[in-house]
Each structure stands twice: as C-alpha cells, then as structure tokens.
Design a protein around this ligand. Structure first.
Ligand SMILES: Cc1cc2nc3c(=O)[nH]c(=O)nc-3n(C[C@H](O)[C@H](O)[C@H](O)COP(=O)(O)OP(=O)(O)OC[C@H]3O[C@@H](n4cnc5c(N)ncnc54)[C@H](O)[C@@H]3O)c2cc1C
Ligand SMILES: *[C@@H]1O[C@H](CO)[C@@H](O)[C@H](O)[C@H]1NC(C)=O
Ligand SMILES: *[C@@H]1O[C@H](CO)[C@@H](O)[C@H](O)[C@H]1NC(C)=O
Ligand SMILES: *[C@@H]1O[C@H](CO)[C@@H](O)[C@H](O)[C@H]1NC(C)=O
Ligand SMILES: *[C@@H]1O[C@H](CO)[C@@H](O)[C@H](O)[C@H]1NC(C)=O
Ligand SMILES: *[C@@H]1O[C@H](CO)[C@@H](O)[C@H](O)[C@H]1NC(C)=O
Ligand SMILES: *[C@@H]1O[C@H](CO)[C@@H](O)[C@H](O)[C@H]1NC(C)=O
Ligand SMILES: *[C@@H]1O[C@H](CO)[C@@H](O)[C@H](O)[C@H]1NC(C)=O
Ligand SMILES: CC(=O)N[C@H]1CO[C@H](CO)[C@@H](O)[C@@H]1O
Length: 641
C-alpha cells in the first residue's frame, strides 16, 4: 500500500475507517496528492525493526482524563542520557528512506572546521538578505536574533566580529519530507522519544517559530504540488474554482498558477511565504482581504497529520472543531498540514497609487502628522470600496519624517473609479500645503499588479531590529464623537519621533458568502481597519543587554501607548512581538482562547507541538533566557507549577 496510488474509493474508505474514528469515517476527501497517498501503515510499523519508536498515539476521541501519559518535565536534550543514540537516529533515517539530515548552519562554511569553504561562504554572505537562500536550506530561519545569533557570516556588514559557530537554536535533525508517511514517522518518533518537534516550512515567522534547539524538524519545503480545480464544490454546496496546494508551496508559485488559469487567489505580499503553512494557520492578510476576507477564510478543506500520527481530512463536516482551529489558531499547534484547498476568484483589474511626502521647508512636523491623520480619516471609506493601503512612516533625521505609500491598491477598481475614491484625501493633503506627486497605474490582473508593484523579494536575515504589531479598530480612525483619531495619531507620532519604523496597512477583512468564515482568525482582525507593524532598531553586534533594553521599550513603552488607545484590540500572531503581554487575548482573542486551549488538550495531550506564544505555550518555557530577549536556543521544559 505504502508508496502506491490509492485507486478505488473502497480502498480509500477502508483506509479511512482504519485511521479515524467512526464519527468521521464518511468524510469525503479531495483526491490526494501522490505524496499523500504514501501513508504509514501498521504493517510498516511492525516491520520497521523497532515498532516502539513509531507506533501511533491514542485516538483523540478517547477522553484525555482517562488516558495515562508520562509527562516528563523537559524535552530530551542533546547530551541527556535519554537523547537517542546514533544507532537510533540511523534507524530513523533508514525507516525514513534516507531523508534525515543532520543540520548545519548555513554559514558554517565561513568558520574553521570540517565545513569550511571560502567560495560557499562568499555565496552565503552575499545572499544573506535573500529569503530564497534561507527557504532552500533545511536548517536556516530568517530572524537570527531569535536563534541566538550564532554562526552568522562574519564578514557581512551586520555581523562583523561574529566568532562562534554552534547550532544555537536550530534543530538538531531535519527530515526533508517527500511523503506523508515520513511526517507520520517523524511525529510518532518525536512523541515516543520525547524529542522536541518543530515544523519548518520557509522560516518567515517573525519569532523563528520554525526552529528550536535540540529538536527534530519536519521540513515541508519540498511538498510543492499545485492542482487547479476549475469547479470545486465544498461541504455546503458552494461551488467555484479552487486550488489544492502542497504544504511547501510559496506565495509566488500560487500567484503564477492562478495567473495561468485566469483566476486570483488570496495571499500576502512576500513572494516566499508559505501559503499552506504559517500564513493560513496564522490568519493571513492580503491586498485581496478587503474584497474576499482573510487567507484562512479561503480554506475549503485541509489534509492534516494529527499529533497521534493519524492522517485525516479536515473540513466543515470532518473534524469541524479542528477545521475551526487550524484556520487562524496558529501553526505548529494541532498537527502538520500537508495540503490545503482554497477558493479562487475571477481575475480582477487593479489600480494602484504611489506617492511620498516628507517634512521640508514648507512642511513642519505638525503639518506632516496632520497629513498622516488626513489619511487615517479615510481608512473606512477606502476599505468600504474594496481598496487597501500599504505604507511606511519613519524618521529620516532630527525632526524630519517620511511617509511613503507603496502603494494603495484599488482591487477591482478602474482608474476613474479609484481616482474619485482617493481624490478627497489627496485634496486634504494639498490643502495642508504638502507637496506630493501621485502616480496611478492600472493593471489587468492581480498577478500583473503584484509583479509591477513589488518587483523584488523582501530583504530578511537582519539582526538589527525587532517588531511588534497592533490591529486597530474603526474607532481609532474616527474623528467624531467617540472617535479616537487624535489619540491614535498622538500614539503614532510618539513612536516615530522616538525612532520607530512603522509599516502600516489600511485593511478590512471583507465578509464573503462564498466561503466559511467561522474560524479561529483573531477576532481583532474582523474589527480592524488598520494593521500597524512597529519595529525597534539596535546596532549591529549589540550586546544582549542592549537588545533586551530596546525590546523592553518596544513592549512596555511604545506598544503600551498603542494598547492604551485600543483597549481590547489585538495583535497579529504571525507578525508579532515575541514579548507580547497577555498573548492569549492579544493574538487569539479572549473569547476564542479557552476553546483553542481545550482543543489543544484534546488533540495534543502529550504536548508534542510547541511554538513560542502558540496555544498552550504558556505551560512551557525555554530555559536560560535573558528577560525581554528570549530565543529558541535552550532546553524546552514544562513550567514548574
Ligand atoms: C518579509 C515578510 C513578509 C510577510 N508578509 C506577510 C503578508 O503579506 N501577509 C501575512 O499574513 N503575513 C506575512 N508575513 C508573515 C507570514 O505569514 C508568517 O511569518 C507565516 O507564519 C510564514 O509561514 P511559513 O510557513 O512560510 O513560515 P515558517 O516560519 O516556516 O512557519 C511559521 C509557523 O507555522 C508553522 N508551520 C509551517 N508549516 C506548517 C504546516 N504545514 N503545518 C503546521 N504548522 C506549520 C511553523 O512551525 C511555524 O510555527 C510576512 C513575513 C515576512 C518575514
Ligand atoms: C540518512 O541517509 C542518507 C542516505 O543514506 C544519507 O545520505 C544521510 O547522510 C543520512 N542522514 C544521517 C543523519 O545520517
Ligand atoms: C569589530 O571589532 C573591531 C576591532 O575590535 C572593532 O573596532 C569594531 O567596532 C567591531 N565591529 C562591530 C560591528 O562591532
Ligand atoms: C485566459 O483568458 C484569456 C483571455 O480571455 C484566454 O485567451 C485564455 O485562453 C484563458 N486561459 C485559460 C487557461 O483559461
Ligand atoms: C462553517 O463551518 C462550521 C463547521 O466547521 C459550521 O458549523 C458552520 O455552519 C459553517 N458556516 C457557514 C456559514 O457555512
Ligand atoms: C514653499 O512655499 C513657498 C511659498 O509658497 C514657495 O515659493 C516654495 O517653492 C515652496 N518650497 C517648496 C520646497 O515647496
Ligand atoms: C469585481 O466587480 C465585479 C462587478 O463590478 C463583481 O461582479 C465581482 O464580484 C468583483 N470581484 C471581486 C473579487 O470582488
Ligand atoms: C483633534 O485634533 C485637531 C487638530 O489638531 C483639532 O482641530 C480637533 O479639535 C481635535 N479633536 C478633538 C476631539 O480633540
Ligand atoms: C539565490 C541568489 O540570490 N543568488 C545570488 C547570490 O549572490 C550572487 C552574487 O551577488 C548572485 O549572482 C546570485 O544570483
């Protein structure tokens, strides 16, 4: 059975009835990808040479309280007596068909030792800020400050004088998965050996949630299948075009496939983010959100491997509780998603607007911020019309500031429609005496807009800043009674004057009858009109104490002011502060968190999956951390109660 395509519906039903509890045995499945047909069987476990390393866990329908688990205080760490021996790792490798990789940091070629290689080092140094290089590597992630700043390219301008090359917070071993079976084996092995498990797709998470010291990493990057379904009917009879996407598919790859089929899919700006991985799991914002909703809203069905190792289909009828949680409740929490099926839409024209303004001879700081406020006043009107804005505010010298619209994006609007929408705002800027030079462009499709607007990959890999974010609701942009426009503007101005960089989005998640939007996306997204990312900088090679001090300021001064003007609102878990206070409320919503936590206990009772500030992570800690500068580099233990 393993490795062969499942041909008949009855064979499929037989497998399903074997794998899942009867309440969901009737779940229809999309045709699986070839790599999903290669599933782990009891007979394969029996003939593995050591079944005790690979057996399945208990069924989630068995109440947790009636199950007996050993709950070791800490995950087994390299050097511990219980850390698997080389023989055991070799056995795992053989069972995986040779897919096990002993990890090496990308820049190990720059350091004396067995990996030294001057040409490779030069390549790594030159390409360090290119996400594509990190995505192609089984070990690397894009935010080096959270792996412990070890083994960075020493001649890179940002990392001069780096002298150490240890594994730091990177995983110990990685499985380059090409089959569902391999993921099941890795999950069962980690659960039964108590080795920390991480799920690693592209490594874009702002807090490096895809790595972890002393872990076994499931690297989903090679699961690249894309299948266009011109007419896909979901559980409730909604019909239309859709895509089934493998776990390793990147944004740009989906956009290209959509363009080739004359449709549009919902995805973010960054070319290399994994759509089926952290993006959908976290909620997923998009220039399309103001027309079609969040990325997570687009999901029609998912195929998932649970913490007990079982492979299941999840949709409105099958595991509806997980269907809710996996769409917005965060990655690396309830299992490994192997593929998602998402809704697609007809192609749309898009008109964009770009411009910038700064302080100058005729523009005081007060006038500059009045210009920013003029924009905020139109946030509601602009998103009501389906448009979206992506912009930047920062200080460019003492008392000098820059605002850049890069760009505003009028989805499904022609140039005349879009121009008349934004003209009142542009008139306000003119009335304030702010000079600017608006550039309108019209494109025939989402993809054409995308490559025309953001022609380059976004730079990553820096170790000189740290970000937090806030989802501001409508009242923050209203100037009438009950409105908080002035307070919001003051809180924005305070941080910019104090050296912050803000990347802002004017975005509203649309209500969309063509999909199921009853999911775990942070309720703060549903109310938001503004999503602002705030980052604090620090010098290259800053000591831990300086990073901790700057990070503390970000959390307890800058963000505190933003929280104060938006009480009860939230933050985006995929682009969030590693130190976010009361993260359960902020990243997940006070009304959703208890349900998410209960599902965590139901499906992952042994705590196999962990990620920083993921659901259930409050029960765990990584040892030996500097306050306000936590990393993934340390032993993962249950908190002492
Ligand atoms: C430059 C840049 C631009 C960005 N732009 C946007 C944007 O426009 N819109 C937006 O919404 N977000 C954006 N993000 C944030 C991005 O969506 C998140 O970082 C997202 O989590 C990345 O997912 P990934 O799978 O690519 O990355 P990873 O870092 O590999 O994974 C992120 C998390 O998801 C888990 N995970 C990954 N795959 C799976 C899987 N198959 N099953 C279970 N868990 C999994 C990982 O364990 C980890 O916890 C951006 C980030 C960066 C760095
Ligand atoms: C796993 O096996 C493959 C193929 O034999 C080999 O190339 C690889 O180095 C092995 N991995 C480890 C960690 O030993
Ligand atoms: C690197 O070390 C040299 C010599 O000690 C020092 O002058 C320089 O400032 C250091 N660079 C950084 C970025 O720390
Ligand atoms: C997409 O639309 C164009 C123009 O309408 C048409 O020529 C082309 O055949 C279409 N392609 C597909 C894959 O439907
Ligand atoms: C969305 O799916 C859930 C089950 O997952 C279901 O209870 C709910 O009725 C669905 N909502 C809509 C609008 O279809
Ligand atoms: C500033 O305003 C004066 C008077 O209106 C005008 O002559 C000058 O060109 C303006 N300078 C800039 C940089 O816009
Ligand atoms: C775009 O606008 C057309 C009509 O103007 C409408 O039928 C279509 O649904 C819109 N598309 C989206 C994705 O909103
Ligand atoms: C908000 O600020 C503007 C400009 O400074 C001012 O005219 C207005 O009165 C303020 N509104 C409130 C409600 O304080
Ligand atoms: C993958 C990638 O971006 N490679 C680049 C690495 O750096 C060299 C030299 O700058 C470029 O030529 C490659 O294209």
């Amino acid at each position: 059975m393993v490795g062969t395509k499942i041909q008949s519906a009855s064979a499929l039903a037989a497998i399903l009835s074997f794998f899942v509890d009867q309440s969901t045995a009737a779940c229809p499945s999309n045709p699986w990808f070839a790599y999903e047909n290669a599933q782990l069987t009891e007979s394969a476990i029996a003939s593995s040479g050591n079944p005790d390393l690979f057996r399945f866990g208990a069924d989630p329908s068995v109440a947790s309280s009636s199950r007996l688990f050993t709950r070791p205080q800490c995950k087994t760490y390299p050097g511990d007596p219980l850390w698997p021996s080389n023989t055991v790792w070799s056995l795992l490798n053989v069972t995986l068909g040779g897919a096990l990789i002993k990890t090496t940091p990308l820049a190990a070629s720059c350091y004396q030792g067995p990996n030294y290689n001057a040409a490779q080092c030069q390549y790594v140094t030159e390409n360090w800020s290119n996400p594509r290089m990190h995505v192609e590597d089984p070990t690397s992630a894009m935010f080096p400050i959270f792996q412990g700043r070890t083994c960075l390219p020493p001649t890179h301008p940002s990392f001069q004088n780096n002298t150490a090359c240890t594994l730091g917070g990177y995983a110990s071993y990685s499985v380059a998965v090409m089959q569902v079976k391999q993921i099941q084996l890795a999950i069962n092995f980690a659960r039964l050996t108590n080795v920390r498990l991480v799920v690693h797709n592209t490594g874009h998470d702002f807090a490096d949630k895809s790595i972890g010291a002393g872990s076994l990493s499931i690297w989903t990057h090679k699961l690249k299948d894309i299948s266009f379904l011109p007419s896909y009917t979901d559980c409730r009879g909604r019909s239309g075009p859709a895509f089934k996407l493998g776990a390793g598919v990147e944004t740009e790859e989906v956009y290209k496939a959509a363009e080739a089929n004359n449709v549009t899919v919902v995805g973010g700006e960054c070319r290399t983010v994994g759509i089926a991985g952290g993006y959908i799991a976290g909620g997923g914002h998009s220039p399309m959100s103001t027309l079609a909703g969040m990325g997570a809203d687009q999901v029609l069905s998912m195929d998932v491997i649970l913490p007990n190792g079982r492979f299941v289909t999840v949709n409105e009828d099958c595991y509806p509780d997980l269907f809710w949680a996996l769409r917005g409740g965060g990655g690396s929490t309830y299992g490994v998603v192997t593929s998602v099926t998402v809704r697609a839409y007809p192609q749309i024209p898009v008109t964009t607007l770009s411009f910038a303004f700064t302080t100058g001879p005729n523009v005081t700081a007060d006038t500059f911020f009045a210009g920013v406020g003029a924009y905020f006043k139109y946030f509601d009107t602009i998103t009501q019309a389906g448009a979206f804005g992506y912009w930047l505010v920062l200080s460019i010298g003492p008392g000098q500031y820059l605002f850049s619209m890069m760009p505003m994006w009028g989805g499904n609007l022609t140039t005349p429609q879009f121009t008349s929408l934004v003209q009142p705002f542009l008139d306000d800027l003119t009335d304030l005496g702010i000079p600017f030079d608006p550039v309108f462009r019209e494109y025939p499709s989402f993809y054409q807009t995308y490559i025309g607007t953001w022609p380059n990959v976004e730079a990553v890999g820096g170790a000189d800043n740290h970000a937090a974010s806030r989802l501001f609701p409508k009242e923050n942009f209203e100037s009438g009674p009950g409105g908080k426009l002035n307070e919001t503007l003051a809180a924005v101005r305070y941080v910019v004057e104090d050296g912050a960089v803000i990347i802002g989005y004017n975005i509203k998640a649309a209500t969309n009858p063509f999909v199921n939007q009853t999911n775990a996306v942070n309720p703060a997204w549903r109310k938001a009109l503004g999503f602002f990312i705030l980052s604090v900088g620090f010098p290259p090679n800053a000591p831990d104490s300086v990073i901790a001090e700057r990070s503390e300021k970000l959390t307890n001064d800058w963000m505190a002011r933003w929280r104060q003007v938006s009480p009860g609102a939230g933050s985006y878990l995929s682009e969030g502060d590693i130190n976010e206070p009361d993260f359960q409320q902020s990243f997940y919503g006070a009304e959703f968190y208890p349900r998410l936590k209960k599902l965590k206990e139901k499906y992952d009772p042994t705590g196999l999956f962990y990620a920083h500030k993921a659901v259930g992570s409050e029960d765990w800690e990584i040892q030996g951390q500097v306050p306000y500068f936590p990393t993934q580099n340390g032993r993962l233990c249950r908190k002492q109660t």
